[in-house]
Ligand binder design. Structure first.
Ligand code: UDP
Length: 243
């Protein structure tokens, strides 16, 4: 698979359709170990650059998609552009769509009990042919063993993990050997968006590549996390210059 490496993180150059086809093949395979998908934004890249544990996780992931315009721009600076942005929320909706066509089963892990229930009910209504093999909220601390058992009994094709980044990536990595699913993917706050608890930036903002700014205005407490953006831009720019 063609990839481009940005600050040590190796991004897939597949577009959304190719990514979906790749994941469809994974579901069709007889694999029993999760194929770990990370939709990585600049924050994850900066995190992996600074934290060897996170670097190990990105190194060992099976597929890392470019989530966020920052990654797309950085790949252009390197003269080796990714095909397009493949954001977590969009990829999740596409997976649900594909799963609905092909009868895949899903397990939805993460967010509050209320939002998880709400999101799952909405997904059931919108995608009636996919199988909801199970669901669980994201605050399971000392009940982890039971949770793993519940997931493995459900044996979903796709385990959707909405614990926020990088917690979800750390959790999938830690449990990879114990989980029996075809795909495990972290989707951040996507279940909250489906449940209507959090609004995604309107298309207008997305088209202007200002989704990050919209999120900052709507959830100002995120400003600290977004400090990663300028850090990423500077480091990625100088990395590209050096090449
Ligand atoms: N969350 C969770 N368990 C935890 C901590 C967080 O399920 O122990 C959930 C939280 O309720 C929220 C999501 O993880 O639904 C994080 O969303 P955020 O928008 O911060 O994620 P991002 O998309 O930025 O990675």
């Amino acid at each position: 698979m063609k990839r481009v490496t940005i600050l040590g993180v190796s991004f897939s150059k597949l577009n959304m359709e190719e990514t979906l086809n790749k994941l469809t093949n994974v579901v069709a395979s007889d694999s029993n170990k999760p194929y770990h998908v990370i939709t990585a934004n600049p924050e994850i890249v900066v995190g992996a650059d600074q934290d060897p544990d996170l670097k190990q996780i990105t190194d060992q992931a099976d597929l890392i998609t470019p989530d966020g315009i920052g990654i797309v721009i950085a790949s252009r600076w390197q003269g080796d552009p990714v095909a397009e942005r493949v954001a977590g929320y969009d990829l999740l909706l596409n997976l649900l769509e594909r799963g609905n066509e092909l009868g895949w089963s899903f397990f939805f892990l993460g967010t509050s009990e209320e939002a998880n229930q709400e999101a799952t009910a909405i997904i059931h209504e919108r995608y009636p042919n996919l199988i909801i093999a199970g669901r669980h909220h994201g605050f399971f601390k000392d009940k982890e063993a039971e949770l793993i058992e519940q997931i493995n009994e459900a044996r979903p094709d796709v385990l959707v993990v909405a614990l926020g980044a990088p917690r979800q990536e750390q959790w999938i990595f830690k449990q990879k050997e114990n989980l029996h699913t075809k795909i495990a993917i972290g989707v951040g706050g996507s279940l909250d968006v489906i449940a209507g608890k959090v609004k995604r930036a309107p298309i207008f903002w997305q088209k202007l590549n200002l989704e990050w700014f919209y999120r900052l205005v709507m959830q100002p407490t995120r400003w600290k996390r977004q400090l990663a953006l300028p850090k990423f831009a500077i480091k990625a720019y100088f990395e590209a210059k050096r090449k």
